[in-house]
Design a protein around this ligand. Sequence first.
Ligand code: S3P
Length: 432
Amino acid sequence: MKTLTRKTGLRGTLTVPGDKSISHRAVMFGALAEGTTTIHGFLKGADCLSTIGCFRAMGIDIEEKDDTIYVHGKGLHGLNAPSKTLDVGNSGTTTRLISGILAGQPFSSELSGDASLNSRPMKRVITPLTMMHADIKSKNGDGCAPLIIHGKPLTAIHYDSPVASAQVKSCVLLAGLYADGDTSVTEPALSRDHTERMLRSFGADIRTEGTTCTITPPKSLHAQHIEVPGDISSAAFFIVAALITPNSDVLIQNVGINPTRAGILEVCRNMEADITLENVREAGGEPVADLRVRTSRLKGTVIEGDIIPALIDELPVIALMACFAEGKTIIRDAHELRVKESDRIAIVSENLTAMGADVIPTDDGFIINSKADGETGLHDASIQCAMDHRIAMTFAIAGVNADGETIITDSDCVDVSYPDFFRQLDTLCGQQ
Ligand code: S3P
């Protein structure tokens, strides 16, 4: 449990943990490559540790030395049958990406996670994998994990995905590694493209045209050195904290600003936020920058359409930011928020309302009004976060901008993506 009170400003420099999406992929592709992949800046959060656990259970030797992860890959056909159910914890990325890999193996496997994970929709990967003639079933017949997969040779397909989801796209492309020809995926809007970038660097022939991505099954993948940039989804909490907390000036170093992830920066610009990008560079095939963020007078905005996949994980904290903006903010086209680690539309609305904000949940987003001139009048509440890491962090930032004592009961869930979050927040608030 954590108790948060109003702070007078965030000041200083911080480095956020490594990107979660990139960390997962580095381990997975490293395991399937020939040779030893080294990963620098790996996120040691519970989700990525679940991915490591699954590959260790399939015979991949993964070591950690001096802050570098060494994945001793055994090639595309080197995984062993796991001797027990693979534990995917709270991680949707582990589950959906690994399903694509397991579908093409010459062995059977079972995947299961925690209560939240086992209630998230898996039909979105069962459907395309079944089209590829994979044998994958939801154990309880409810379209959720546990999943039972009997690996077999796969048929190449073109998949028209109904959702802009990098997990679905990546699942199909990874199954495509084991298919009998070119496999392609078209999505309604471009989702994060880390799989495409990284698989290409491992030597796969993978092409993107518009929102269609095609992979030709490679003979082999080759080990790489991966520099994992800081996770913009983690930086988002401190971006918003610095913008809405008076007297703040924060430098967030080494943040990944891949255009398929950086929608929050465009929204902040539209809201007239004071953010400058410094030292823009490329690291490990991904664009990276340092972000200088200062307290700003924000304006309401409309967030909709193709930008949604580029900021989907940031919408809870963007909704909080909108409470501090002058006027109305409308967020639409974000149905996917309802099937994340929690129903984030419901839970964000309930908690913001409990703190005194003016928020109307809609089917696919929110309508948010600031009370007057960006004065929210937020006050304390006991926050229910349904063990959802991003909800806990969003309301910690709310708590440093609210009267009274904001209580976050299951605050340990931040370990899923940001184990050091509360310590860094205290440091920037001058409390350590
Ligand atoms: C992720 C894709 C997104 C995102 C999740 C990580 C990934 O999920 O919300 O946190 O690493 O591919 P969807 O594919 O469900 O949109």
